[in-house]
Design a protein around this ligand. Structure first.
Ligand code: BG6
Length: 474
């Protein structure tokens, strides 16, 4: 299979916070990868903007060091990189930026800075006549701390930009397998008739990480797993699983359907949520030391059960689980189907329902477990086997060489395609759902061992419903 690279229109991309951590780890490498792939037209430019006084040559040296490897093409890429020193809250540098940005190419402004600077940047881009009527702005999470702050942030951006110009990144939406959820559901007839409470017993969504929060403890401690992962990434996964088929694969059609799911989510009862904090262990100190806060009650793990009150899903619980310092880095969505209405075989010791599991990372792929007859003459014994499809195997080199989410998302900004970006109302609806959960989450989280599957209390969340979590395995 040969991947088609369709170049985007020439652009000028300004990155505010151009030498920050996100820019170094994600944005610059993603741009370089797309450059190497031939997707960025050579007349495009990337203008770094930050506070440090330095010249373009010095900045290019910094960018070079952030790139994954020296390669042919790197110097040509760097030749398209420029730098402007500016003061986000003052007036220094803005005239220079106005002089640097072209008006006859796609304009995009990446706000890779703390959200409290969004307003100042948006205002100055307009005051200095820099942003054209079709300019795009890209913003990162955290998009608000709760509903009130998210609304304020949306209102700040809306003063200077229309919704069609605002690209709110949730990098999970740029992951190959996450998009594949939509392809699997809406390009196959096989699953959709079964995709409802009549046939689906329950859904599990797990995003397990082995990393702790050391290094970003101050940010994380003010946030926690509910804000850091559930309000955004896990909510997006849940939406893609639960939404109705959009009438077309069109940004607003998709986002309208996701919004309806969020609005139909039941409030989570306090007895349906378990929060945890990791203990000290072989991989490092305990959460509170990593967070630099001995009295912290912020959760590094959360598991919860929620329901969706609509015709499709009423009666099917969705169990969500995410945490740091768990047994393995493994993200998966598993849809467990109900038992057949009547069982005709006598001997079914190994009977387990059909499970469709979609593996997001690592080892992207899908697996459908089915019951078959155990081979051999020994009677009609049943055994569960996987129908396994590893994307790497099925798609060859392309399956192993999946682009980083940021590569796709940044190119989508240049194409003007908002399908994989969160709309303002979606973000607010997600906060409206999670705010009461946060308000109730004041007790000390349950401790759990590093390398485990989280606190025992999380196991009980499913046990009491006669179910069990799937193993967290690499
Ligand atoms: C980020 C969170 O948004 O996503 C991190 O802030 C988390 O805490 C990360 O580790 C997970 O992303 P990925 O792509 O590694 O699964």
């Amino acid at each position: 299979m040969v991947s088609r690279v369709i170049p985007v229109e020439p652009f000028d991309l300004v990155i505010f916070g151009a030498s920050g951590d996100l820019a170094r780890r994600k944005i610059w490498p993603a741009l370089w990868q797309r450059w190497q792939a031939g997707q960025i037209p050579p007349e495009s430019r990337v203008i770094g903007a930050a506070r440090a006084e330095q010249g373009p040559a010095e900045f290019r040296d910094w960018v070079r060091a952030a790139l994954p490897a020296a390669a042919e093409g790197t110097e040509a890429f760097l030749a398209r990189v420029d730098y402007v020193a500016l003061d986000a809250r003052g007036s220094a540098g803005w005239a220079a930026l106005a002089g640097a940005v072209r008006r006859d190419v796609v304009q995009a402004y990446y706000f890779s800075v703390a959200p409290d600077l969004f307003g100042a940047l948006a205002e100055r881009l307009h005051a200095h006549g820099i942003a054209g009527p079709d300019a795009r702005i890209v913003v990162e999470k955290p998009f608000g701390h709760d509903l009130q702050t998210a609304r304020a942030l949306n209102a700040t951006l809306a003063r200077h930009f229309e919704e069609r110009q605002i690209y709110r990144i949730d990098h999970y939406l740029g992951k190959e397998t996450v998009q594949n959820l939509m392809a699997v559901r809406f390009a196959n007839i096989l699953f959709e008739p079964l995709w409802n409470a009549r046939y689906v017993d329950h859904v599990q969504i797990t995003v397990a990480e082995t990393v702790g929060v050391g290094g970003r403890g101050a940010y994380y401690d003010g946030s926690g797993a509910l804000r850091d992962m559930v309000q955004n990434h896990m909510m997006q996964l849940l939406c893609l699983i639960a939404m109705e088929p959009p009438y077309h694969f069109d940004p607003d059609a998709v986002r309208d359907e996701k919004l309806k799911v969020i609005r139909a989510l039941d409030p989570v009862r306090p007895s349906d949520i378990v929060r945890g904090q990791y203990r000290a262990g072989p991989e490092g100190p305990d959460y509170r030391s990593d967070a630099g806060n001995r009295r912290s009650v912020t959760e590094s793990f959360v598991a919860l059960k929620c329901g969706i009150s609509n015709w499709r899903w009423k009666g099917t619980p969705f169990y969500l689980r995410t945490g740091k310092r768990l047994r393995a880095r493994a993200s998966e969505i598993a849809i467990t189907f109900r038992d057949p209405p009547h069982f005709i075989f006598d001997d079914a010791p190994g009977w387990r329902g059909n499970v469709l599991s979609i593996r997001l990372q690592p080892n992207e792929g899908m697996n459908l477990s089915v019951m078959i007859k155990e081979p051999g003459p020994g009677g009609m014994r049943l055994v569960q086997v996987p129908l396994d499809m590893s994307f790497a195997e099925a798609l060859g080199a392309e399956g192993t060489d999946m682009p980083d989410a940021y590569e796709r998302l940044i190119m989508d900004v240049m194409r003007g395609n908002q399908t994989l970006f969160m709309r303002g109302d979606e973000v607010e609806a997600a906060w409206a759902w999670i705010d009461p959960i946060l308000a109730a989450a004041t007790d000390a989280p349950a401790p759990y061992d590093q390398g485990s599957a989280g606190p025992d209390e999380a196991l009980a969340l499913l046990h009491r419903d006669g179910r069990r979590w799937r193993a967290i395995a690499p």
